[in-house]
Design a protein around this ligand. Sequence first.
Ligand code: HEC
Ligand code: HEC
Length: 152
Amino acid sequence: MARLRIALLASALALAAFAACRMGRTTIPEGADRPFDAMDRGQKAAFMAERVLPVMRETFQAFDPQRFASVDCATCHGPNAEARVYAMPNPDLPTLDPRGLYRKHRKDPAQHAIADFMWRTVQPTLARTLGVTYGPNGRIDCASCHPHDPPP
Ligand code: HEC
Ligand code: HEC
C-alpha cells in the first residue's frame, strides 16, 4: 500500500513537473562563443554538425540501436531539410496529439517507451547541448521537432 501510494505520488509529481516547469538554464553552450539564439543560421548549422549531431546520435542509439542505426541531420530535420532551410518543426516527423499531456502516445503500448525517452532524455539532452531551457514553458519542447494536431 505504502509503496503504491509513493509510486502514485511520484508519477503525479512527474506529471506536474511535465505540465508546469521550465527546466534547465540559458547559457553559452560548450564549444560556442555565444548563446545558441544569438547564432546566425550558418553558425547554427556548424554547431549542429560539431556538437549536436554527435551527442544526439549517441543518445538515440543508446535507446534503440536498430531503429536509430543511422542518425544524421535528416533524422530530425527530414529528407528535405536543405530545401526547407532546416526550419523546425519538421513536417516529416510523426504528428503528435498533445491532449492530456500526450496521453495518446503515453498510453499506446507501441509508443510508451519512446514517448518516455523523448520526454526524459531527448528534450533535456538537446537543451543542455544547446544551452537553453526545456519543458512546456521552456525553449525546447516536443513542438521544437514534431508537428502537432491539435496545436499545443
Ligand atoms: C536531434 C535532432 C537534431 C539533429 C540530429 C540536428 N538538428 Fe538541427 N535543429 C534541431 C532543432 C530542434 C532545431 C531548432 C532549435 C530551436 O528551437 O531553435 C534545430 C535547428 C537547426 C538550424 C537553425 C534553423 C533555423 O531556422 O534557424 C540549423 C541550420 C540546423 N539545425 C542544422 C542542422 C544540421 C546541418 C544538422 C546535421 C549536421 C542538424 N541540424 C542536426 C534538431 C536537430
Ligand atoms: C530533438 C527533436 C525531438 C524532440 C524535442 C522530440 N522528439 Fe519525438 N521523435 C523525434 C525523432 C527523430 C523521432 C523518430 C522518428 C523516426 O522514427 O523516424 C521521434 C519519435 C517520436 C515518437 C514515436 C512515434 C511513432 O509513431 O513511432 C513519439 C511518440 C514521440 N517522438 C514523442 C515525443 C514527445 C512526447 C516529445 C516531447 C516530450 C518529443 N517526441 C520530443 C524527435 C524529437
